[in-house]
Design a protein around this ligand. Sequence first.
Ligand code: C2E
Ligand code: MG
Ligand code: MG
Ligand code: MG
Length: 279
Amino acid sequence: QAKESGRNAYQFFTAEMNVLAFERLVLENALRQAVERQEFVLHYQPQVDMGSGRVIGAEALVRWLHPELGMVPPARFIPVAEDSGLIGAIGDWVLYEACRQNRAWQEAGLPAIPVAVNLSAVQLRQSELHESVAELLRRTGLESRYLELELTERTVMEDAEATVRCLRRLDEMGVMLSIDDFGTGYSSLSYLKRFPIDKLKIDQSFVRDIVADADDQAIAVAIISMGHSLRLRVIAEGVETAEQLEILHRHGCDEAQGFHFGRPMPADEFAAYLARRNA
Ligand code: C2E
Ligand code: MG
Ligand code: MG
Ligand code: MG
């Protein structure tokens, strides 16, 4: 090691970089196999109406069950999937599975609610997205109003003109649209008005300290008020406590999602939860 100390920082940096690049490659290869072996599952997190306390939606969140690594969270592999082009196959599966599952719940007699699916920027940029969504709804027999697509503020603003066109097609089909992680990007308000969206999702970073932090509370309140002025529904993400919920409810927030109501759970658990809550 002492001998090594003479080495320059450049070599050290390169070695570090190689390790990162290698890890990335390993992950990418494992992910490619995961697509073939169908190692993904969806968990569902309830979205609750603040007024009635009823479950009015479910967000589908993908998990990767690797035979050795265990459960890999989406934050770990979605970026790799996006860079490697694997997001196409994964995203298609997620969309199909969420619609299939939602239709199965309806056929089992559970209350009909929309299922919300996260779309990555790569998926939104597919020129035939609306056609593949239409095909998917036909194939699963799910009505379009029971599918909701979540797009982050960053994603929709990346190419706002193209987004307007794409969202209009989806809206005409009757699919619900929401803006995820709202408040963390920078939306142009004029575009926000032109997007045919139904819902804003207040990012959880503003909810986390909403009880103690007056600035976070001010931002959340501003989002609620702006959303309502644009005739949108507003949902708060990351609601973990009754105190957070109370503040949001007092300021007119429509819906909430977070550990306070339920963590993302496997499909069978979610079905039981839905039946119990909406009984
Ligand atoms: P997101 O869409 O904003 O999803 C909300 C994330 O917050 C989820 O993390 C959820 O488990 C977590 N969460 C929910 N309630 C609480 C709470 O009360 N407290 C805290 N601390 N966290 C809460 P998850 O499942 O790890 O997903 C992370 C992100 O990965 C998602 O953020 C979304 O951007 C992305 N993602 C998940 N599934 C998919 C997918 O199928 N496709 C794509 N493109 N992205 C996905
Ligand atoms: Mg989301
Ligand atoms: Mg609409
Ligand atoms: Mg979010």
